[in-house]
Design a protein around this ligand. Sequence first.
Ligand SMILES: [Zn+2]
Length: 131
Amino acid sequence: MTQDMLRNFFLGFIKIHILHHAGEAPVYGVALIAELRRHGYELSPGTLYPVLHQLEEAGYLTRLDRVVNGKVRKYYALTKRGAAALGEVREKTAELVGEVLEENLARRRSKVRKASARATRIRPATHGRDE
Ligand SMILES: [Zn+2]
């Protein structure tokens, strides 16, 4: 159950990675698997291809068949619709990162501030005795 939920989140992140990279240059399966591994996701072709097909069916990616070394390789390019969706996703991502990570940072900073406030409160007394 928990694993399913995480898998769901990560599949969403993976879709965003795919759209992002397809927007830079057309992408293909094996290269995407390597790129996603670099981001910490282990995906088999059996997981990746259905995701690519979903994005294609949504009209976010379009397939281009190119012959590479005598073999047809399926590339996927970002469509206008995909680019528009990616634009919305970017805004929401910035919002999410702002809240989830910045709040986390702020909490850590305030802990440091409280700790240093405690430290400065102690210091004058010791200094007082020393002087
Ligand atoms: Zn990437």
